[in-house]
Design a protein around this ligand. Sequence first.
Ligand code: ADP
Ligand code: TRP
Length: 321
Amino acid sequence: MRLFTGIQPSGDLHIGNYFGSIKPMIDSQGDNEIFAFIANYHAMTSVNDGEKLANLTMQSAMDFLALGLDPQKTTFWVQSDVKEVLELYWILSSFTSMGLLERGHSYKDKTSRGIGANHSLFSYPVLMAADILLFNSQIVPVGKDQIQHVEMARDIAIKFNNQYGNILTIPEYRVDEDVKTVPGIDGQKMSKSYGNTINIFGEEKKQTKTIKKIVTENVSMEEPKEWADCNVYNITKLFLDDSAQSELQKRYEKGGEGHGHFKLYTAEVIWDYYAPYREKRAYLEANQNEVREILTLGANKARASAQEVIEKVRSATGISY
Ligand code: ADP
Ligand code: TRP
């Protein structure tokens, strides 16, 4: 089965991203054929600083490689390295009604908040459809917020196929119901936009300071404590195996330790968990030529696959003459 995913190069990754999307993808490498790309054209809807976008693109590539994305198993590239996607984007535009795009959540969201939407935000779903359809993607694993975009890709592909025959593969989205929402330091969903994140590759001191801010109940040191609803526990358990989890539960139940103690333990557990990834990250940072080579090889593989679809599309539409 071919799984397909786009990654917005949006800066510091947090542990919600890690357990919610990165780790499940990385763990499924080998069982599935994965196509993953860094969506730098998409990022232009929010980043208009050239140096910043170039930098975010490289940072994202290094983050994913450091966290275990294996370029031998996964086809990994930067969106703009396979320019055929822009050609398909234009061709698909003729099969996308204004009404479909006007119903787009992110476009409606921005305009209802009075933010002037430009054409790239409006047509974002068409570019995303081109991403998906250019690679014969069957399954697109997404968070709930992206379901509508995959549905739009289906609608557009069906319209195209009705006109030209069965050329495009109709994709399906997959929402992983097993993936739990990771709480932030305030107990709400962890999200960049809420400023409640614990980052994966932060500095140690800053990391510990953030973890100390996790909101907890106010109980005295001596008293036994509830672990099931404790934000500190619920964050820490993500990094622990069953026996370490039950040990921590016992420490809560016993009393005699305050949340401050547990937080220091959390900081240590998280720091240790990411130690090997940090090491790999530092290596890549110092050897960016290797990263560029990996991305070039990835783009070559992706382009070879894209070629099959785009040739058929050009021929059916009469663009090849
Ligand atoms: P953010 O909310 O920080 O902007 P994104 O929307 O960029 O994060 O999310 C990128 C990916 O990480 C998505 O697949 C999303 O489902 C996943 N993700 C983000 N936050 C969490 C969370 N708190 N728990 C689980 N998964 C998350
Ligand atoms: N829109 C996705 C997001 O914001 C990123 C993305 C772009 C994507 N193209 C894609 C995801 C194709 C899956 C398939 O997270």
